[in-house]
Ligand binder design. Structure first.
Ligand code: AMP
Length: 235
């Protein structure tokens, strides 16, 4: 074994796509189905705000206006998470990377840890549909779960907590977040496009159909990738 490297790899997926594309829902479903770790940088920051951690409190004002937290802070958070032992069995990253600098840092971490190849999923949804979804999205104020859709019920199906709108899901902030996505995150598609493990999924379908496509394409990537690039992949 190379010192400092685990030489154990799992299925490692990153979900790209604009706010409202369904990254969180699909990442959480896929991770649960395959026994992988779901790492959402947005959730980590929101948990940190609830716990009043100083670093997250600095991020709060940035998040509330729909801007991106600085690369250095986010990379440090993800790096620490990927260094933990449970990440070795494979993970689904949701909301990271969001900039090319973050993608480069992730490649370096993957290399350093000897993790297997990244399967890159780009969830595509037309902008009017994103705006509609985000305007209707509600989350639980207690456990943070996304409500499936805005319903007459104001209670969370998981824990009974009150459903609220995220501060950054209001109309003006959504417009800004989509602008940030176009400027900073869309270039990531070019960064990853040429990789044999890059796939596009139509996110403007029912959640079940998207989940089904995701399952199939991840298996397809694993099967069709060249033996040399995936020779160490284990389930
Ligand atoms: P999300 O829940 O993924 O929509 O993230 C909510 C907010 O957290 C974003 O609008 C950003 O302010 C911040 N955030 C989450 N992930 C990142 C990231 N990878 N880079 C910079 N900011 C992030």
């Amino acid at each position: 074994m190379i010192p400092g490297r685990e030489n154990r790899v799992g299925i490692n997926v990153i979900m790209l796509g604009p706010p409202g594309a369904g990254k969180g829902t699909q990442a959480s479903r896929f991770a649960a189905a395959r026994g992988l770790i779901h790492i959402s940088t947005g959730d980590i920051l929101r948990d940190g705000i609830q716990a009043q951690l100083p670093i997250a409190m600095i991020a709060k004002a940035i998040m509330d206006r729909g801007a991106l937290v600085d690369d250095e802070t986010i990379i440090a958070i993800v790096r620490e998470r990927l260094m933990r032992a449970d990440s070795h069995r494979g993970f689904v990253l949701d909301g990271f990377p969001r900039t090319v600098a973050q993608a480069c840092a992730l490649d370096a971490i993957m290399d350093e840890r000897g993790y297997g190849p990244l399967i890159v999923v780009n969830l595509v949804v037309p902008e009017p549909e994103l705006v509609r979804r985000l305007a209707g999205r509600r989350i639980c104020s207690k456990c943070g779960t996304n409500a499936v859709q805005a319903t007459a019920s104001l209670a969370c199906g998981q824990c009974g907590g009150v459903l609220v709108q995220r501060v950054d899901d209001t109309k003006a902030v959504v417009r800004d977040r989509l602008g940030v996505y176009r400027r900073s995150t869309k270039p990531l598609v070019d960064y990853y496009r040429e990789r044999p493990t890059f796939r596009i999924v139509n996110g403007a379908q029912s959640q079940d159909r998207v989940a089904n496509e995701l399952e199939i394409l991840v298996d397809d990537v694993i099967v069709s990738a060249t033996a040399s690039s995936l020779e160490t992949l284990q389930y």
